[in-house]
Write a protein that binds this ligand. Structure first.
Ligand SMILES: [Zn+2]
Length: 331
């Protein structure tokens, strides 16, 4: 086993998304030095995408006034499923054509530094634990509400990866085995009730079922255009339908979070995604919903807080993982 020191001071943090890539140079305390984002262009295939990430990263290093020698390692968050130990992407829904892609090996070849690959939601959760809303906490659950619901779990300061590195899929824990059919093939997944897309879908369902709402006017009758933001704006105007949708969303999200709290007894649950802009309209009733579904002692130990790192959480977390858990990636 090689042991290298981190005297070079900087790490490259990357977040590979279906639409955009985020690249950041981060110091070993988790501070962002510089960053860029650029289109993934996944239609050009994995080889092109990985080479482009390396080129743009090397450019960023140069523009930041650093030499490549000052970059210790690189971490990259990617959609899964994957083998994070070997750095192989098995096939990602948001990256068409990515089947058994050797992301670690290929990126190492182009970048010339050691690379660690992990699940994007794991990276985001780890970022918040390392340098964000749950900084310093040992036991943390991270949940990101977007198109889906991403999750990451940190126990005793280490990312929980599981038997074949696919732990943390909180979005696919079931709240109702007879419920809505999920993309994953199971029924009633948390993601089907608590993602930003699910909030919008619940509103559409209510309106199609005859509920009257100012949301219909807000999208000029084209209810396909309803988003979670439409629901939130209607909520602020005391729209009854939006209120019902919002309360249902919080009930399910609360149950999903309570399941994690009862199972893991964390000291922090960090919630990320655009929906957290709702502030107290989200967190006050959410904490109450969670309180009702957890043991008093367990609940007293946990804070449920909004994420702090925004769109670079994944890149920061990927950097933190290669710094603190490099052994797992063979670095
Ligand atoms: Zn599912």
């Amino acid at each position: 086993m090689k042991k290298k020191s981190n005297t070079k001071k900087y790490v490259l943090g990357l977040d590979l998304g279906g639409t955009n890539v985020r690249a950041a140079i981060i110091d070993t305390s988790g501070k962002l030095k510089s960053y860029i984002h650029f289109p993934t262009e996944s239609q050009n295939g994995p080889e092109y995408v990985i080479k482009n990430i390396a080129l743009k990263s090397l450019e960023l290093i140069g523009k930041s006034g650093l030499s490549k020698k000052q970059i210790w390692r690189a971490g990259i968050g990617s959609p899964g499923p994957m083998d994070s130990k070997k750095g192989i992407i098995m096939g990602a829904v948001n990256l068409p054509g990515w089947k058994r892609v050797f992301l670690k090996d290929t990126l190492e070849k182009f970048l010339g530094v050691g690379v660690g690959v992990d699940n994007d939601a794991n990276c985001a959760a780890y970022g918040e634990r390392w340098a964000g809303a749950a900084k310093g906490a040992s036991n943390v659950v991270g949940i990101t509400l977007g198109t889906g619901v991403g999750g990451g779990i940190i126990i005793d300061g280490r990312l929980v990866r599981g038997a074949n590195y696919n732990a943390g899929e909180i979005g696919h824990t079931s709240l109702n085995p007879d419920g809505r059919l999920c993309k994953c093939g199971a029924k009633g997944c948390l993601e089907m009730y608590a993602s930003a897309s699910a909030i919008a879908e619940s509103a559409r369902e209510a309106i199609r079922g005859g509920a009257s709402s100012i949301m219909t006017e807000a999208v000029r009758g084209d209810i396909k255009k309803i988003t979670s933001k439409t629901v939130y704006e209607a909520l602020l105007q005391n729209d009854k339908t939006a209120e019902n949708v919002w309360n249902e969303f919080i009930k399910y999200l609360g149950a999903g979070i309570a399941n994690q709290i009862n199972g893991l007894n964390p000291e922090a649950v960090v919630v990320a995604g655009g929906v957290i802009n709702a502030g107290d309209r989200l967190f006050t009733p959410l904490r109450e919903a969670v309180r009702r579904q957890t043991f008093a002692l367990t609940f007293s130990a946990v804070k449920i807080v909004p994420a702090q790192l925004g769109e670079f959480a994944g890149a920061i977390g990927a950097a933190g993982l290669v710094i603190n858990e490099g052994d797992f990636y063979g670095l």
